[in-house]
Design a protein around this ligand. Structure first.
Ligand SMILES: [Zn+2]
Length: 104
């Protein structure tokens, strides 16, 4: 990911954080998980690609563990091992649930 693309993502993350932080802080034990889930879902959308129907989903066969901001990236399903698509090396497919993530 190019630096300006990365900074763009960081700014989007900040906006999402600002949107959700109050509801997370003010949540009681009943609503806390839901507030965190809403936050996580919005973050995940930044890195999820939706136009899968026309794609060649063949992967390279090589396992990778991508990092975001220095931390290992973890899929919504909990898996942290991915494979790149052969046709689109910037797109990662989760080894467990096959969700797609774009690195740009
Ligand atoms: Zn997954």
């Amino acid at each position: 990911m190019l630096k300006n693309e990365l900074m763009n993502k960081v700014n989007q993350v900040k906006k999402i954080y600002n949107k959700h932080i109050n509801s997370i802080i003010n949540a009681d034990s009943q609503t806390h998980d839901e507030a965190l889930n809403n936050f996580a879902n919005d973050i995940a959308k930044l890195f999820t690609t939706s136009d899968v129907s026309t794609r060649n989903l063949e992967t390279t066969g090589k396992n990778v563990m991508p990092k975001v901001q220095g931390y290992g990236f973890i899929c919504n399903c909990g898996c942290n091992v991915f494979q790149k698509l052969v046709d689109e090396p910037h797109v990662y497919k989760c080894n467990a649930c096959e969700e797609l993530y774009s690195s740009k």
